[in-house]
Design a protein around this ligand. Structure first.
Ligand SMILES: [Zn+2]
Length: 582
């Protein structure tokens, strides 16, 4: 007989076999028993936590003529046909490969007919977040007109990508990561049933590596079995789990060190898609960078971790400057703090990836002088000389600022903020387009965009999301949306990406009815200047504009009576506008 993967052979066939989701299975069993099932369910949760298994058990239990306590019998023809996937009234669809509108229309048409052999027609749509906008709309129509004997079970690892209109029409169940003890228990049971000897510690290593996914645990267990001689030992488990992790780390850190931003983001996306948890990954990356440092200084200390020391690892250790590793460790430990309490850990990790893989130009060149001094006191640059250099730079900065103030006394604060950062800029701010946005902008449009901003980010690809994470919508009108970026290089990249524009437009039009604006990208640095220029261009008499420390606030002086500018500013910035009456 051909070898079958453990997770297939041991797939749960009853709610009571479904490990670690007791609250959910109990609720579903009760609903079936009391015949109070819903027309649509949404099963969300990390991969391998039992969503599709639960969906199939549900389809069986609700159709099984011998169902007891909400459980299927698994022996009748109905149960067997569903288990084997040949029951025509239980339709499984993988949205990852069928994301078209046509498929969903087809479902919709078919859903109009009563089930042929089963009592209930059950549609199980896996990875439902992959459906296209059009397909979601078609699905929504179907859910809006529920049919007596049709039930939809939607499963997804990414519920934030599903339109709220769909979610609100479903009964939602959040599947949790399965705890380590429950995974160990299930593996022990399976191994005992298969007469496969094992060491207890091996199971605990595998369960931890699986990070809450039963399917992953069983896949790793499969590998450990084929790796071992008869008995699964702790070493076998370490070898199998360690090599998986090490290879991912090698690739990720390697791409960062080569300053390959898109490559690094791609590796990250793969790692996260594998079900790796962001916090755990950040910690592993930190340890990896620390070990690179240790290996540089004292390779012997790492001798007992031979599996870890791949050729790639050694090469990275030999070719990377320790300063670079220190700065990576700094970025990673900052990220570790940031993601402690957030629901969007992946986003922070993506931003960290961009930072890790982006060469630090201005800031690093100034710290290089300092650090080379700290570490090698007798180096080329004597302390006095660098001090002199620093003083000269400071003096130059002060002189520049003085000059700015003299030239333009009214906007002193603002210029001071902008002047020191003014470097040779390669991104040309589209001033006319900015004015165009500002002339049509309204507060309502901006608020609408801000309301869906997080959702918009989540709807984009990992690379695009990372680009937009360090940006903010600044003004919006019916046809245009102005977005400011923290970094010029990102602004430039965003501006040249047609794909990004298209995806943003598609997602926005899905989130805000009939809204698909064109985009104007600027650097955050240029915003106060542009805003001020626009306001002073559109007024009848000179008005001083002052920018407060919180950059979003604007106050206009000295408008005794309400004038057009104030009205316009109000509609742009809403309540943030304060009119000083002194
Ligand atoms: Zn049955």
């Amino acid at each position: 007989m051909a070898y079958q993967a453990l997770y297939r052979v041991w797939r749960s066939q009853r709610f009571d076999d479904l490990v670690g989701q007791e609250a959910i299975t109990k609720t579903l069993k009760n609903a079936i028993q009391q015949q109070k099932t819903s027309h649509a369910y949404l099963f969300t949760g990390p991969r391998g936590t039992g969503k599709t298994s639960a969906a199939k058990i549900f389809a069986k239990a609700i159709n099984c003529p011998n169902s007891v306590d909400g459980e299927p019998c698994n022996e009748c023809e109905m149960c067997r046909s569903i288990t084997e996937g040949r029951q025509e009234d239980v339709i499984e669809i993988d949205a990852a490969s069928n994301n078209g509108v046509e498929e969903i229309r087809f479902i919709r048409d078919r859903a109009n007919y009563a089930p042929t052999t089963a009592e209930y027609k059950v549609y199980i749509i896996d990875e439902v977040h992959m459906l296209s906008t059009g397909a979601f709309n078609a699905l929504l129509k179907t859910l809006e007109e529920p049919k007596e004997h049709v039930i939809f079970v939607l499963a997804t690892t990414e519920p934030h990508k599903i339109p709220a209109t769909i979610i609100s029409r479903t009964q939602r169940f959040d599947f949790k990561r399965i705890d380590v003890q429950a995974i160990i228990g299930r593996m022990a049971y399976i191994l005992e049933q298969s007469n496969q000897p094992y060491e207890e510690q091996a199971l605990s290593v595998i369960a931890r590596a699986a990070e809450g996914g039963m399917r992953d645990a069983l896949s790793i267990l499969d590998q450990a079995i084929s790796f071992s001689n008869e008995k699964i030992t702790l070493e076998d488990a370490l070898a199998v789990t360690g090599s998986l992790t090490t290879e991912m780390m090698d690739n990720f850190i390697g791409a960062c060190l080569q300053q390959n931003v898109s490559g690094a983001l791609e590796v990250l996306e793969n790692i996260l898609a594998e079900g790796k948890e962001a916090r755990r990954l950040t910690e592993d990356l930190l340890l990896y960078c620390r070990d690179l440092l240790i290996y540089q200084q004292a390779p012997k200390l790492l001798e007992n971790r031979a599996a870890y020391l791949t050729e790639n690892f050694k090469q990275l250790a030999e070719t990377t400057a320790s300063e670079r590793l220190y700065s990576m460790i700094k970025i990673l430990s900052e990220t570790q703090n940031e993601i402690r309490f957030t629901n969007h850990a992946n986003i922070y990790l993506e931003v960290a990836t961009v930072k890790l893989a982006t060469p630090q130009t201005t800031t690093e060149s100034s710290t290089v002088v300092q650090s080379s001094n700290m570490e090698t006191p007798a180096a080329i640059q004597p302390a006095e000389q660098s001090e002199l250099l620093a003083l000269k730079t400071q003096l130059q900065q002060l002189q520049n600022e003085m000059q700015q103030i003299k030239n333009n006394p009214t906007s002193e604060k603002e210029e001071r903020k902008v002047a020191p950062k003014k470097t040779a800029s390669s991104y040309r701010v589209p001033t006319e387009r900015v004015y165009q946005v500002l002339s049509e902008a309204t507060k309502d449009h901006l608020l609408n965009v801000k309301n869906v901003w997080e959702d918009l980010l989540m709807a984009l690809s990992v690379t695009q999301r990372a680009m937009l994470k360090a940006s903010e919508p600044m003004a919006a009108g019916p046809g245009l949306l102005l977005i400011a970026f923290d970094y010029e290089i990102v602004c430039q990249r965003a501006d040249s990406s047609d794909e990004l524009r298209l995806n943003m437009q598609n997602s926005l039009s899905m989130m805000i009815k009939d809204y698909s604006p064109d985009f104007v990208f600027i650097t955050r640095e240029s915003w106060p200047r542009l805003r001020q220029a626009f306001v002073s261009q559109h007024q009848d008499r000179p008005v001083a504009v002052e920018t407060n420390d919180t950059e979003d606030e604007i106050s206009l002086l000295p408008p005794e009576e309400t004038n057009e500018v104030v009205e316009q500013a109000k509609s742009l910035f809403g309540d943030l506008v304060t009119i000083k009456e002194d």
